[in-house]
Design a protein around this ligand. Structure first.
Ligand code: NDP
Ligand code: 2IT
Length: 446
């Protein structure tokens, strides 16, 4: 088996050189899915995983725009259309200086399995740009978004490819992108998700990823006769996912001790409450300020510059910032401090060594493709509402989100159950794989 996996990975590596994040994501899937393929005749000999790691289409384009000093700026835009076996390409757009082909291919690859797990008909895709929205004026962000969409619009559509938000792309950016698409096509369609509620967005979509992570973590804890109530929680990040993960933890009676941004972490020993969190949301989402400004209103808290939250003892860890933000040294600190469960809000935040350490120390570990699928799941519900020209209530969408997260947990149990523990990585990868593989086989050699 080891030889089959190594030969496969060598082939993928030689074809995708200098793409470490993509190889990391493929390796994790190959290690769990190839043994399953070998045991199942219908998949064996079909080169099915080799087909899945090859994007159906990659688009890369120039995005030129004029800044407030009237200087011409040039960025690079991308859309990776990874797999459309079970539905149109679906996945977010990331605007961050670290964006490159490797990062977007890893995200698009993960998205195939995540979208499959939601049970909704969505293929996998991802896109974005190395544009940095931080420190830019609203009009600069608008001009960038308009230029970006002027090229992207020809590749997407409500039945072809439906982008959404991710790092650096929130409701403001989705608004500018949607406005430009509508102008270019002269059509009002649900081509993007994460829209404002008054123009086709779904209630609960802003909350969905963060809430979903906590619902999944609660499912995992309940299955092991535990619950999140009265637990201490350390959360990294302070963007969309982190904010609503914190909100749901507070609502369920847990104590949230930390949030972070790329300059350091905030520690509030008393725990965040609804009022404190509302202040953070205003600082981050409206004033677009840095997290440490929190201390001006709440001086009893502390800010640790250039440090990671994982040095804080907590029963539960929710990494909600970015890939590879939690490495083996962080995992060792968390385990030594008694951490019981890790739910990934971000995509691939834990390194392979950190994951192995959690698993070998019986820490419940949920991979992002399962635990953060709530965001894209509600995007799928937004698409359904757009097609129906109708909208569901908050409660209807939230109930559906809870049901989807519980079903993903059940799928992980089905495919990941071992002799004395559940391997959620194996469970999520195989459950996600089976549905896509079956569709690809039915559709012939493509
Ligand atoms: P936001 O842009 O709203 O927030 C990102 C947060 O992560 C910020 O606090 C940011 O800090 C921090 N961060 C980003 N990059 C780095 C870095 N290189 N080092 C340290 N901190 C960093 O993004 P989201 O909350 O939407 O996304 C967070 C994660 O969740 C990503 O991995 C994303 O792929 C994933 N995700 C998002 C979904 C969604 O619906 N939005 C759905 C599923 C997964 P700073 O401001 O200092 O950069
Ligand atoms: O990583 C993700 O799942 C997202 N950024 C959300 C994608 C979506 O289409 O809602």
């Amino acid at each position: 088996m080891e030889k089959i996996i190594n030969d496969f990975l060598a082939q993928v590596e030689s074809r995708n050189q200098n793409e470490p994040e993509f190889l990391q994501a493929v390796t994790e899937v190959a290690e769990t899915v190839l043994p399953y393929i070998v045991q199942h005749d219908i998949y064996y000999g079909q080169n099915i995983l080799l087909r899945m790691v090859e994007p159906e289409r990659v688009v890369s384009f120039r995005v030129a725009w004029i800044d407030d000093q009237e200087k011409i700026q040039v960025n690079r835009g991308y859309r990776i259309e990874m797999n459309s076996a079970i539905g149109p390409y679906k996945g977010g757009l990331r605007f961050h200086p670290s964006v490159n082909l490797s990062v977007l291919k890893f995200l698009a690859f993960e998205q195939i399995f995540k979208n499959s797990l939601t049970t909704l008909p969505m293929g996998g895709g991802k896109g974005g740009s190395d544009f940095d929205p931080k420190g830019k004026s609203d009009t600069e962000v608008m001009r960038f978004c308009q230029s970006f969409m002027t090229e992207l619009f020809r590749h997407i559509g409500p039945n072809r490819d439906i982008p959404a938000g991710d790092i650096g792309v929130g409701s403001r950016e989705i608004g500018y992108l949607f406005g430009q698409y509508k102008r270019l096509k002269n059509e009002f369609t649900g081509v993007l998700t994460g829209k404002g509620v008054s123009w086709g967005g779904s209630l609960i979509r802003p909350e969905a990823t963060g809430y979903g992570v906590v619902y999944f973590t609660e499912n995992m804890l309940n299955h092991h006769n535990e619950s999140i109530k009265d637990k201490t929680v350390v959360i990294s990040g302070s963007g969309n996912v982190a904010q609503f993960a914190a909100e749901k933890c507070i609502q369920l009676g847990a104590k949230v001790l930390t949030l972070s941004d790329s300059s350091g972490y905030l520690y509030d020993a008393e725990g965040l409450n609804e009022e404190k969190l509302a202040h953070i949301m205003h600082l981050k989402n409206v004033e677009r300020k840095r997290l440490h400004i929190y201390l001006e209103k709440y001086p009893k808290a502390a800010f640790f510059p250039n440090k990671k939250v994982w040095e804080v003892a907590g029963d539960i860890a929710l990494p909600c910032a970015t890939q590879n933000e939690l490495d083996i040294s962080d995992a060792k600190k968390l385990v030594a401090n008694g951490c019981q469960a890790v739910g990934e809000g971000a995509n691939m935040p834990c390194t392979p060594e950190a994951i192995a350490h959690f698993q070998s120390n019986n820490v419940l570990y949920a991979p992002g493709k399962a635990s953060n699928a709530g965001g894209v799941a509600v995007s799928g519900l937004e698409m359904a509402q757009n097609s129906l020209r109708y909208s569901w209530t908050r409660k209807q969408v939230d109930d559906k989100l809870k049901e989807i997260m519980a079903d993903i947990h059940t799928s992980c149990l089905h495919y990941g159950a071992g002799e004395n523990h559940i391997n959620y990585v194996k469970g999520a990868n195989i459950a996600g794989f089976v549905k896509v593989a079956d569709a690809m086989l039915a559709q012939g050699v493509v």
